[in-house]
Design a protein. Structure first.
Length: 381
């Protein structure tokens, strides 16, 4: 009855099966309805009010990207390939993905890039170069908007990450100097005598930092993958940072060698499928050689499909060794993300802040991590 109910669709007993769907079965039914539901066509909006079954992924690129990730979660790869082809044909996506002129005419954005990357393996050969050109255009725009400010912010943080006791005047940290000399306060003069100066080192004196970006490839993280790839390339361009980029689902892929070109990084990803954070962290652990100078940024919604307790033990072990760990629930402008609240709370108890971060806020987060200052966690409101 369950199988018949999934085949027939519709709302519960209306189809005569007497079988109501819930949980994962209901989610699976929605992914099927998007392509095979009654009333097909690209203008459909999914299940209508009252539970009527209707096809369509709407006009929303984020919704398409999420659907592409969902089908990899619920169906084997052989079925996924069939559903992708059917979606391209039945929902009008073919016009966008097959015709280079259409891809050149649409306004490219992060969501469109996520969709193209999700369909990477299903793209016709005639569309691959055009799709790559669209991705490159979006990446170039993101680099133009984000790179200069990121480099300036992080270079300043790296310059100031080494404290010295005999700074030049322009390098004096006056707040730290005043705190260090409060005992030398002279009430009659209402001033502090700076017996000891505290200052910032310059770039040549700063200790090189190791940064590991571990990025969840699940379908819901498509925008985060795009932004993280761009930031990875920017971080890799800074000599004082040794940057490693790792992407994962149920397997782990190290794309560090591709960091000179974020487009190559993006086409090396495979959006969708399961999530094994524990396995990804296990790999990252093997690449940590200087825990006290390492920053690990986990970008994931924390819906763990691996071994939860072991994942938390790994994080605790890295923290105890001196690694700075940060969990970004999303790296995008899409508003409040869906995430596993229990896992986020468990990480917070270990001293690992877990929060969503916009691309514009990311440089400040990284700068604070480099300086080992408290992270500027955005207000949840």
């Amino acid at each position: 009855m369950r199988r018949w109910r999934l085949v027939l669709g519709g709302a519960g007993e209306a189809e005569g099966t007497g079988h109501e769907l819930s949980g994962q079965d209901a989610a699976m039914d929605r992914t099927l309805a998007a392509v095979y539901g009654a009333g097909g066509g690209a203008t459909g909006t999914g299940a209508a009010a009252g539970g009527a079954r209707g096809a369509g992924l709407g006009g929303s690129a984020p919704r398409v990207a999420r659907w592409l990730g969902d089908i990899r979660t619920y169906f084997p790869s052989s079925v996924v390939q069939v559903m992708q082809r059917d979606a391209i044909e039945r929902l009008g996506l073919a016009a966008m993905l097959v015709e280079p002129e259409m891809l050149e005419a649409v306004e490219p954005d992060v969501h469109l890039v996520g969709t193209l990357l999700s369909l990477n393996q299903a793209l016709p050969e005639t569309s691959r170069e055009t799709a790559r050109a669209v991705v490159r255009k979006v990446v170039a725009e993101l680099e133009r908007r984000l790179a200069t400010r990121t480099r300036a912010t992080l270079t300043g943080a790296l310059d100031r990450s080494a404290r010295i006791s005999r700074p030049r005047h322009r390098d004096v940290d006056w707040n730290a100097t005043i705190r260090a000399n409060l005992r030398n306060y002279l009430p009659e003069h209402r001033t502090v005598v700076p017996e000891r100066l505290v200052g910032y080192g310059r770039a040549a004196q700063a200790v090189k930092k190791d940064v590991i970006l571990a990025i969840d490839q699940s379908g819901s993280m498509a925008s985060s993958v795009v932004y993280a790839s761009v930031f990875g390339a920017v971080l890799a361009s800074l000599r004082s940072l040794d940057t490693r980029l790792v992407v994962f689902d149920t397997s782990v892929v190290d794309l560090t060698d591709e960091l000179d070109d974020p487009v190559d990084v993006l086409f090396g990803t495979q959006l969708g499928g399961g999530t094994d954070i524990n396995r990804a962290l296990a790999y990252c652990q093997t690449k940590i050689t200087r825990p006290g100078e390492t920053i690990l940024v986990l970008i994931s919604d924390l819906f763990e499909g691996g071994i939860r307790d072991e994942m938390l033990r790994r994080v605790a072990a890295m923290k105890a060794a001196g690694v700075q760990c940060v969990a970004l629930l999303a790296l995008s402008d899409e508003g409040a993300p869906a995430y596993d609240r229990a896992h986020a709370a468990a990480l917070a108890e270990l001293g690992v802040p877990a929060f969503a971060c916009t691309p514009d806020h990311f440089p400040e987060v990284m700068a604070a991590a480099i300086r080992k200052d408290p992270l500027p966690v955005p207000d949840p409101a």
